[in-house]
Design a protein around this ligand. Structure first.
Ligand SMILES: Nc1ncnc2c1ncn2[C@@H]1O[C@H](COP(=O)(O)OP(=O)(O)OP(=O)(O)O)[C@@H](O)[C@H]1O
Ligand SMILES: [Mg+2]
Length: 616
C-alpha cells in the first residue's frame, strides 16, 4: 500500500524511526561484549591490578560473584584525578594512539573495562598512590561518578555489587553460584599461572578457594595448583624457532584430566583462549592419550608483539598471529620435544611436528608401497635383541631423560626435592636391569637396584611397536607373506575392503578381493607378519568405516596394527624375548603410557618388600 506521496507507510516497510541511544544505554549494551558473567569481571579487575604492578591480589565473592565481587591489590593506585577519569569510556593510561596497540605489553588498553562494569552494577573503587589522601569513586548503574575522599593503603580495591541488576536479560543467563564460582576459579588459575610471582587468594565467606603465595618460578606455582604429586609428571618446555619462543611445563601423557582447565597458554604474558594453539597441544599429544583427555600444560609463547594482534575481541582473550600455522606448530613441537625422550632431539632444537610418514600418506594415496627403506621390524621384534648400538643409544636417552628432573631439582630444591624420576619408569641403565621372569604369562618382572617393576607385556610391546610405526626416521617395512592370509568378512565389509584397497596399502596391507566374502592379504607391515593379521585387517576396516580420513583415522589404524602385532596376555616368552621387549619398550619415545593412556608398569620398592616381611 502506498500513501498519497507514493511512499510505503512505516508499518508496511517495518521501518522504525531511528533514535540515538542515550550514552548510558549505549554503554550498557556495549558492556555485554566485555563482561558477560562474574568471571569476566574478575578477569578484567585482576588484569588491571596486574597492570598496576601488584604483588598480591585478593578476590572475595558473595554467591559465586553473582551478588558481590571485591578485588583488592597493592599496586600503584591512582591519583584523585585519574580515579575520576578511570570510569569514563575510552579512558586509559595504557595507550595514546592506535599504533601503540601494536607494541602493547600491558593486559588492558581499550579503556573499556571499568566503565562497562560500572554501567551494569553498583560499583565503587577506592584507591591510593600511597601519598596524600585516598579517593573513592562510586557509580550506580552507569550514572555519573561520585568522587569523595577516603582512606585506603597504597593500591586499589574495587567492589562490584549486584552485577547486572539493571540488565535483567543478562542476569537471567547467569548460572548458579557454584557454576559461576567454578568459572572464576578457572580464570584466576590461568591468570595465576601466567603470573607466578604474584600472590593470589580467592575467598567466599570463610572458605578459601585459592590461596597461592607468590613464587619465584612457574614450576612451584604449578605444584601449588596441581599438587606435588601431579607436578612430578611435568617436564620443562624450552623451544625457539624463527619468530617464536615457547617455554613452560607440560605433563607426560600419563597424567591427563577431563577438561582444558589446567591447560594454560599465554602469549607475551597474556592468558589467551586461542583454539589454534590448543590444537597445537593436541598435536603434541597425538597417539599418546585417549581422546577427550587433556594433560596439564602451562606454556608461554613469546613473539614480537607486532606479529600478534590482541585487539580482535573486546575480552582480549582471542589473539591472531600473522603466522597462525607456524605458531601452532611451534607449540606442538615445543611440547612434543619436552615429553619425548629421544637423544637425537635436544629440547630446544626446532622439530617439525608432522611425521614425514604422515605427510606421505596424505599427499594423496600412492600406489602400494613396498619400498619402505632401512630398518626392518625384526630390529624391534622381541624375538631378536636390538643391535649393540641400541644400548649406547639407550644410555644417552636415559641420561637425557633425567636431565629435566635434575634441572628442576637444582632450580628448586625445597620443598619439591622429592620429584620422582621419569614419571614412573625404571631409571637405571638398561644393563643394570635384570629380567627376573614372567608372571602369569602376562607380566614381565624386572629388577632394578632397589625396586621390582611389574610390566604389562602387551601394553609395553604395543607402545614400542607404535613408536616405530610413527617414526619417520626409520619407517616400518612391508613384508610379503609366504602364505597369504584369507580373511572372512561379512559381505558389506568385504565390499568396503575392495573399495579401500588403496588406503589399506598405505598401511602396508596388500590385499585383493577373493570372492564375495573373502579378502586375500598378501603383504603386511613386518611387525604384523606372524601375528594376528585378520584381527588387524578387520579393525583397520572398522576404523576406515567409522572415522573421517585424517590424522585421527590414521592414529586409529596404526594403533590397531600395533595392538595386533604385540604379544598378548597369555603368550609365554623366553628370557631372551622378554629382555628384547623390555629394551625395545624403554628405548621408545614415550614409554610411560600405552596409546590409549593406560599405565604400562608399576614399581614395588625394596623397602616395601622389607616392611611387609618385618625386616625394618
Ligand atoms: N587496579 C588498578 N590500579 C591502578 N590503576 C588502575 C586500576 N584499575 C584501573 N586503573 C586505571 O584505570 C584505567 C582504566 O581501566 P580499564 O580497565 O577501564 O581500562 P584499561 O585497562 O586501560 O583497558 P581495558 O579496557 O582493555 O582493560 C587504566 O588504564 C588504569 O590507568
Ligand atoms: Mg583494564
Amino acid at each position: 500500500m502506498y500513501n498519497a506521496l507514493g511512499f510505503m507507510t512505516e508499518k508496511e516497510t517495518g521501518r522504525r524511526s531511528i533514535n540515538v541511544l542515550d550514552p548510558r544505554v549505549a554503554q550498557q549494551v556495549a558492556a555485554g561484549e566485555v563482561v558477560d558473567r562474574p568471571a569476566s569481571v574478575v578477569k578484567e579487575l585482576v588484569e588491571n591490578a596486574l597492570d598496576a604492578g601488584t604483588s598480591r591480589i585478593e578476590v572475595e565473592l558473595g554467591d559465586g560473584g553473582t551478588s558481590r565481587i571485591l578485588v583488592r591489590d597493592d599496586g600503584s593506585g591512582m591519583t584523585r584525578e585519574n580515579a575520576g577519569l578511570c570510569v569514563l569510556r575510552h579512558a586509559t593510561s595504557k595507550i595514546r594512539n592506535v599504533q601503540d596497540i601494536e607494541a602493547v605489553m600491558t593486559l588492558g588498553f581499550r579503556g573499556e573495562a571499568l566503565p562497562s562494569i560500572a554501567s551494569v552494577s553498583s560499583f565503587s573503587l577506592t584507591t591510593s598512590t600511597g601519598e596524600g589522601a585516598a579517593t573513592k569513586v562510586a557509580v550506580e548503574g552507569g550514572a555519573d561518578a561520585e568522587v569523595s575522599a577516603a582512606s585506603h593503603p597504597k593500591g586499589t580495591t574495587v567492589l562490584v555489587d549486584r552485577l547486572f541488576y539493571n540488565v535483567p536479560a543478562r542476569r537471567a543467563f547467569l548460572k548458579g553460584a557454584r557454576a559461576e564460582r567454578a568459572a572464576i576459579v578457572e580464570v584466576l588459575t590461568h591468570l595465576a599461572i601466567a603470573h607466578p610471582r604474584v600472590a593470589f587468594r580467592l575467598t567466599e565467606g570463610s572458605r578459601d578457594y585459592l590461596s597461592l603465595p607468590g613464587t619465584k618460578d612457574l614450576l612451584e606455582r604449578l605444584a601449588q595448583i596441581l599438587g606435588i604429586g601431579k607436578a612430578r609428571a611435568l617436564r620443562k618446555v624450552e623451544y625457539e624457532s624463527g619468530p617464536f619462543g615457547v617455554s613452560g611445563y607440560a605433563a607426560l601423557p600419563s597424567l591427563t584430566e577431563g577438561s582444558r582447565a589446567n591447560q594454560t597458554i599465554s602469549v607475551n604474558g597474556r592468558f589467551v583462549r586461542a583454539e589454534s594453539l590448543q590444537r597445537g597441544l593436541d598435536d603434541a599429544y597425538r597417539a599418546t592419550i585417549p581422546s577427550g583427555r587433556y594433560p596439564p600444560v602451562a606454556v608461554e609463547i613469546t613473539a614480537d608483539p607486532r606479529r600478534v594482534d590482541v585487539n580482535v575481541h573486546p575480552t582480549k582473550q582471542v589473539v591472531r598471529f600473522s603466522e597462525e600455522r607456524a605458531a601452532r606448530e611451534a607449540v606442538a613441537a615445543a611440547v612434543r620435544g619436552a615429553i619425548e625422550w629421544r637423544p637425537s632431539a635436544p629440547p630446544s632444537s626446532p622439530r617439525v611436528p608432522e611425521r614425514t610418514f604422515t605427510q606421505d600418506r596424505f599427499s594423496g594415496y600412492s600406489p602400494p608401497r613396498t619400498d619402505y627403506p632401512s630398518r626392518s621390524a625384526e630390529d624391534f621384534s622381541p624375538h631378536n635383541a636390538p643391535p649393540a648400538q641400541g644400548l649406547q643409544e639407550a644410555r644417552e636417552r636415559l641420561s637425557e631423560a633425567s636431565a629435566p628432573l635434575e634441572q628442576s631439582l637444582a632450580e628448586k630444591p625445597e620443598p619439591y626435592g622429592d620429584f620422582p624420576e621419569r614419571g614412573g619408569l625404571p631409571k637405571a641403565l638398561p644393563e643394570e636391569l635384570r629380567v627376573i621372569g614372567q608372571l602369569a604369562a602376562g607380566y614381565i618382572l624386572v629388577e632394578e637396584p632397589g625396586s621390582l617393576w611389574v610390566v604389562d607385556q602387551h601394553v609395553a610391546h604395543e607402545r614400542a611397536i607404535l613408536d616405530r610405526l610413527n617414526d619417520s626416521d626409520s619407517p616400518a617395512t612391508v613384508q610379503s607373506l609366504l602364505v597369504p592370509e584369507v580373511v572372512d568378512l561379512p559381505p558389506a565389509e568385504a565390499e568396503l575392503a575392495a573399495a579401500s584397497l588403496e588406503e589399506l596399502s598405505v598401511y602396508g596391507f596388500e590385499a585383493e578381493p577373493f570372492g564375495p566374502r573373502l579378502v586375500r592379504v598378501t603383504a603386511v607391515i613386518s611387525t604384523l607378519a606372524d601375528r594376528d593379521i585378520a584381527g588387524a585387517f578387520k579393525d583397520a576396516l572398522l576404523a576406515i568405516s567409522g572415522t573421517e580420513p585424517g590424522h585421527r583415522r590414521e592414529d586409529h589404524i596404526l594403533a590397531t596394527i600395533a595392538c595386533h602385532s604385540a604379544v598378548k596376555m597369555g603368550d609365554r616368552l623366553s628370557q631372551q624375548e622378554m629382555e628384547a621387549l623390555i629394551k625395545s619398550w624403554l628405548t621408545s619415545r614415550l614409554p610411560a603410557t600405552c596409546p590409549h593412556g593406560r599405565s604400562i608398569c608399576y614399581r614395588i620398592g625394596m623397602n616395601e618388600v622389607a616392611r611387609k616381611l618385618d625386616r625394618h
